[in-house]
Design a protein around this ligand. Structure first.
Ligand SMILES: NC(=O)c1ccc[n+]([C@@H]2O[C@H](COP(=O)([O-])OP(=O)(O)OC[C@H]3O[C@@H](n4cnc5c(N)ncnc54)[C@H](O)[C@@H]3O)[C@@H](O)[C@H]2O)c1
Length: 276
């Protein structure tokens, strides 16, 4: 290791990992995105919050500003390429060139293949895959200009195994390949790209379901080897690790953050063991 690289790694272990960084977080008005925004700002970064819920984005931006960092709320829908481009340009004008992009906004409509229609299938792929493309396309020139950056896409365990919501899952699986392509094509520009694969995370995503089935997330605990579902902060920690200089040699890959959900098949194992 050369001296300058080792000095860099030492510096990277300090808090304030994002001092001087400018981030853009899609879906930053709620849940995982909000936790990412808050942690990024706590660690010294200035941040743009892009969310189709403009009021939620503004609430998060005001909270960041109150803590002394710069923040801008951008009301935009990631499925609208022109709106996205305007929003990203505004972020760059107000905060400077981007160094971190978190493609986090997402949602699922059709629950099963038989529920799916051409309309809801297109809408799910448009939001969960094409939306990340529209935002990245708008953001990457600014990262290139800055001399480098990091992109993290938020997928789901549904990208790995079939767990219903087929169009959402297919779109999210597409993000894994999207990040690999970015990693290869933009590595020479000092831009890294990776994907996070969350299991169930306690966020407003679940609010409607919990109104009908208040114990749902508690019932899911038995599927998680660590004995609980994830919290937004668990995901923010992993996402910002990949976005930080601590992950300087990590690109084109994915990190599963699912409390061990997809590490094995305990029921299958129990059946095999009982048959022995
Ligand atoms: N919560 C979970 O259990 C879970 C599990 C796996 C993956 N994820 C993924 O994590 C990401 C964040 O989920 P969350 O749990 O924080 O959800 P959430 O519903 O709490 O927040 C999602 C945010 O994205 C915004 N958004 C949705 N569509 C948008 C659009 N078209 N344009 C701009 N903003 C839009 C919403 O307004 C909201 O603020 C999603 O991509 C989701 O697929 C969540």
């Amino acid at each position: 290791m050369t001296e300058s690289v080792s000095a860099n790694i030492e510096a990277k272990t300090f808090t304030g990992r994002f001092t001087g960084a400018v981030g853009l977080v899609t879906g930053g008005g709620s849940g995982i995105g909000r936790a990412v925004v808050e942690r990024f700002a706590r660690e010294g970064g200035d941040v743009a919050i892009l969310d189709r819920n403009g009021a939620a984005a503004e609430t998060v931006a005001s909270a960041v500003r109150e803590k002394g960092r710069r923040a801008v709320a951008l009301a935009a829908d990631i499925t609208d390429p022109e709106g996205v481009e305007k929003a990203v340009n505004r972020a760059v004008e107000e905060l400077g060139p981007l160094s971190v992009l978190i493609n986090n906004a997402g949602a699922a409509r059709a629950q099963t293949f038989s529920d799916s229609t051409p309309e809801n299938w297109r809408a799910d792929v448009e939001l969960n895959l094409n939306g990340a493309y529209f935002v990245t396309r708008a953001a990457i020139p600014s990262m290139v200009k800055r001399g480098g950056g990091a992109i993290v896409c938020v997928a789901t365990v549904n990208a790995l195994v079939a767990l219903a919501e087929p169009a959402y899952s297919a779109g999210k699986a597409g993000l894994l390949q999207f990040a690999r392509q970015l990693a290869v094509e933009y590595g020479p520009h000092n831009i890294r790209a990776n994907t996070i694969i969350p299991g169930s995370v306690r966020t407003p995503w679940w609010d409607d379901r919990l109104t009908r089935e208040p114990k749902l997330l508690d019932a899911l605990r038995r599927w998680y080897p660590v004995g609980r579902v994830g919290e937004a902060e668990d995901l923010a920690a992993a996402i910002l690790f990949l976005a930080s200089q601590e992950a300087a040699f990590i690109t084109g890959t994915s990190l599963t953050v699912d409390g061990g959900l997809t590490a094995g098949m305990p029921q299958f194992t129990a059946d095999i063991m009982s048959a022995v």
